[in-house]
Design a protein around this ligand. Structure first.
Ligand code: BGC
Length: 738
């Protein structure tokens, strides 16, 4: 059977509103409450779920991807429930569906909104074909803590980068017409501040003041709302004592009153009944009251709304208008998705063969996501013709499953090419590949494979190592306190490095790892995250110089776990450290007087800088930045200022550079970060080619949530820097006048 690619014409807004009203008038209270319930699927036709659908107790199903089962649920909803309202089917389509993209953190390292949009569109097409309508993505939680496993699913530490990339994903999933056969409704999650869980321990408490909340955490959510994201998901966290799923301040005041958001809000998995565990609600009924009153429109998996809303309304503790509000919001998305016209779909072709155009997107995204962190003596790219014997070592050289990353529910492992397979294909026939895993998996301490690995390396001129973390070591509920290379990988690395060969280390991981040791144990370091289906080819094309790396870190890399949180847009402090003021613990004389080494803000054993800063990434070519030119040095509130810089590729290879513009508001009513990313552009330049880039900033770009709880740009002096990472030093200054 072939998939019918046509879809009914989208309803216009007035028609949608009319139909919502008509339907709402016909609904009983229990039927309305039923629309607010989301039930999990179980991979088989579930009799209880069928009954509930028949009785109008189900508005949505999640985590069922079998088209035949989905069609049967839809058929029951349409034909056997009293009002025939279709179900909205949700799924975590986070970084691809069958064709896997790099994990979102890797996608963010591309700094390419175009690629993220294409990737989301690709995933939407594959998922919609099987009968899914709604994805729980993008996750736009800002986090500064690589211990937190869900950093893998995030777009990093910066509110501006996350806003731009998150909005691009929303556009890619949703397009202009949700009823199209290749689009999904998106969901901005987790509202809000989940990424600030204490100690990076998943689900833990979040203590965050309102300035930080609004200036950092909420910016990407506001951008997603402005991009028209169909839904929001509340978080699991307890924010300042009020869990997100009962948080009126977030879900009513900010989202609805201030942002005028028109989509619907779903809870997270059981997060309403978890209000009891938090110690916020005494029982399920109280939890339901708290969540509905706070503005949560749909309940994911738990049943507190189904069990208690009617009673709460009878008792006058919940206003029936809240139910009408929730149901209208949910129905609006169902109408826009075209579900009333087409909920049952023709079964798709089984996904036997990948689509070449999807593999291209996955390849390009993987390619641009890889960050070259180190390249001593320009050992990369390797000249494939100069090689005779190459050792390929490590637990992740040939593991298709692990390279797909967290949230690989539906990804097809068989479509995945590993780096080893790609090297075997790409290296000329005369090159001998000596492959040895060294360790069976990344957490292994069994050193019995070391001998074979050392032997393989001894016979080779070049040693390429693939290490890092298995997919299960990051993602939801998979936080780590020690974020070094797990198992005996560091030892293996050290032993291999002692052989004095040319060494290239490729890391695949779901988070920044503390890689301080690699300063001495490898010549080149490529950070590939979990790169997805096409990761093998992308990495090998970079190693062999077929392509040039252009990835940039979306998050700072600490040297040591004790530095966390370490992030570029920190505050100055009254005693900031500098390279001159920093004294290493080993340099302090014994019995030195307390004040003799100065009083500055650093760790004696780790300094004050990260191992690699936000925005950092090397290339095989070099770029030269000119002076920063300003169109004018003063500009007034409401005006725009243009800022220019020339960039030239002074190397011998074509390459892309991400040109980054940072700003500092020097003095403010609430202290501002030492730098804030405000603009970036990715430019591809041939050797010798140059380009003049112009960046426009308006006074609105300088606004922040300041003293007296107002959004304002405050007049005064600003620094601007442009460069290739967050340490950019090409500088100018301007004044914003009142
Ligand atoms: C996660 C959400 C996810 C949901 C549905 C929860 O555990 O926190 O991000 O979308 O499950 O699978």
């Amino acid at each position: 059977m072939t998939l019918n690619q046509t879809h009914p014409p989208a309803l216009n807004d007035a028609e949608v509103e009319k139909r919502i009203k008509t339907l709402l008038n016909r609904m009983t209270l229990p039927e309305k409450i039923g629309q607010m319930a989301q039930w999990p699927g179980h991979g088989k036709l579930d009799g209880d779920l069928c009954d509930a659908i028949r009785k109008g107790q189900v508005g949505s199903v999640l985590n069922e991807v079998d088209t035949e089962i989905l069609n049967e649920y839809q058929r029951i909803a349409l034909e056997e429930s009293r009002l025939g309202i279709p179900l909205i089917i949700g799924r975590d389509v986070i970084h691809g569906f069958h064709t896997m993209l790099p994990i979102p953190l890797g996608q963010a390292a591309t700094w390419s909104p175009e690629l993220l949009e294409q990737g989301a569109h690709m995933a939407a097409r594959e998922a919609r074909e099987v009968g899914i309508h709604w994805t729980f993505a993008p996750m736009i939680d800002i986090t500064r803590d690589p211990r937190w496993g869900r950093i893998a699913e995030s777009l990093g530490e910066d509110p501006y980068l996350t806003s731009v990339l998150g909005a691009a994903m929303v556009k890619g999933f949703q397009g202009d017409d949700l009823s199209a056969d290749d689009r999904l409704a998106a969901c901005a999650k987790h509202f809000a501040a989940y990424g600030y869980s204490e100690a990076g321990r998943d689900y833990a408490y979040v203590n965050l003041n309102e300035h930080e909340l609004r200036n950092i955490v909420l910016r990407p959510f506001k951008a997603a709302a402005a991009a028209g994201v169909a839904s929001f998901m509340t978080g699991f966290s307890d924010l300042n004592g009020v869990p997100a799923s009962a948080n009126e301040f977030l879900n009513r005041q900010i989202l609805r009153a201030e942002w005028d958001y028109k989509g619907f809000v779903v809870s997270d998995w059981d997060s309403i009944i978890q209000l009891i565990t938090h110690g916020f609600s005494e029982n399920e009924k109280e939890a339901a009251a708290a969540a509905i009153n706070a503005g949560v429109n749909m309940e994911m998996t738990s049943r507190s709304y189904l069990h208690h809303l009617e009673e709460l309304i009878e008792e006058g503790r919940v206003d029936e208008e809240l139910i009408d509000e929730a149901v209208s919001l949910i129905l609006r998305i169902k109408f826009k998705l075209g579900l009333f016209e087409k909920a049952v779909i023709e079964a798709p072709q089984p996904a036997d063969v990948p689509r070449p155009e999807h593999l291209d997107i996955a390849y390009q995204t993987a390619l641009e996501s890889v960050v070259l962190l180190k390249n001593d003596y320009h050992v990369l790219p390797l000249n494939r013709h100069a090689q005779r014997n190459v050792a390929v070592i490590g637990p992740l050289a040939d593991d298709a499953y692990e390279q797909l990353g967290t949230w690989t529910f539906d990804g097809i492992e068989a479509w995945t090419e590993t780096p080893l397979a790609a090297l075997r294909r790409e290296l000329p026939e005369h090159v001998q590949i000596h492959y040895a895993k060294g360790l069976s998996h990344t957490r292994s301490y069994d050193r019995s494979g070391f001998g074979e690995a050392l032997e393989a390396a001894s016979r080779s001129e070049t040693v390429i190592m693939f290490m890092g973390e298995e997919a299960i070591l990051s993602g939801e509920a998979h936080s780590r306190a020690d974020i070094n290379l797990p198992g005996a990988q560091n030892e293996l690395l050290q032993e291999l490095s002692r052989l004095g060969k040319t060494t290239v280390l490729v890391i695949m991981a779901g988070r920044p790892l503390t890689l301080d040791l690699t300063r001495h144990t490898t010549n080149a370091l490529l950070y590939a995250w979990h790169p997805g289906t096409m990761g093998g080819k992308a990495i090998v094309d970079l190693i062999l110089g077929e392509k040039t790396p252009s990835g940039k870190l979306p998050v700072s890399f600490p040297k040591h776990v004790g530095q966390i949180p370490i992030y570029y847009n920190q505050r100055s402090s009254g005693r900031p450290a500098s390279r001159d003021s920093y004294v290493h613990i080993d340099e302090i004389p014994v019995r030195a007087p307390q004040t003799s080494v100065g009083n500055y803000s650093f760790h004696m054993d780790a300094g004050f800088e990260p191992l690699y800063p936000f925005g950092f990434g090397l290339s095989y070519t070099q770029f030269n930045f000119g002076e920063v030119y300003l169109e004018k040095e003063r500009f007034a509130m409401g005006e725009t200022i243009s800022i220019y810089i020339d960039i030239t590729n002074v190397g011998v290879r074509e390459g892309a550079e991400v040109v980054q513009l940072y700003v500092r508001d020097r003095f403010a009513s609430i202290t501002r970060p030492v730098r804030e990313l405000k603009r970036f552009k990715k430019v591809l330049l041939k050797p010798g080619e140059w380009q003049r880039l112009s960046f426009e900033l308006t006074s609105a770009d300088l606004e922040y949530f300041c003293k007296n709880k107002r959004w304002k740009a405050e007049p005064g002096d600003f620094d601007v820097w442009i460069g290739s990472d967050s340490r950019a030093h090409h500088h100018a200054q301007f004044t914003l006048t009142a």
